[in-house]
Design a protein. Sequence first.
Length: 219
Amino acid sequence: MCSRFSLVTTQEDIENKFGVTLQNQLRTSYNIGPTQHSYIITNDNQNRLQYVTWGLIPSWSETGRNNGRLINARKENIGGQTSFRIPIRKKRCLVLADSFYEWRQDGINKIPYRIKLKSGELMVMAGIWDEWSDGKYGLKSFSIITTDANQEMKEVFSRMPVLLLTPESQKQWLSEMDITQTCDMLQTPPNDTLYMYRVSKKINELNYNNVLLHKNLIS
């Protein structure tokens, strides 16, 4: 499960790293949650950074309502699940972040942690997208694909996002592939790639968005 992440960087860094353009000023956030918007790069428009809603709304949805239920897609059944089987084949995307958050169960308490790459680079999470339309208005949305946790992540939780750690894997994710090739990319990230630390329980408040959420409470 990945139910919160952050994207705090500069527009220049994103444009230089991914070769994309952004029409409006970059919107950063310390606390991105379900049904909120964030930035993705889609396979059908790889030169543009798009700001879309988190929580997949299937193209066949009757209402086009984002209820936040499809924020994650488990790799184990993504190829056959009704909401995901077309997107995983035809509509893949890069989800940009500088970190994600997860909660460790400690008795009756849940302790939040911030997880980032040891390298300090931006994270690129493997995602899928779809577009719902009522004939007049189109709405894009995305899900983050999850896999089994690697060794350091297991200390906090049993699942984590699929991370695309190299420019080559990011480019491949947006290329044309058959379903076997695609699913072969959905691997648990290598051990010793993550750095994590405890953060404020304010992260539980969806509307709380402050630099304090990046503060290390155990440093």
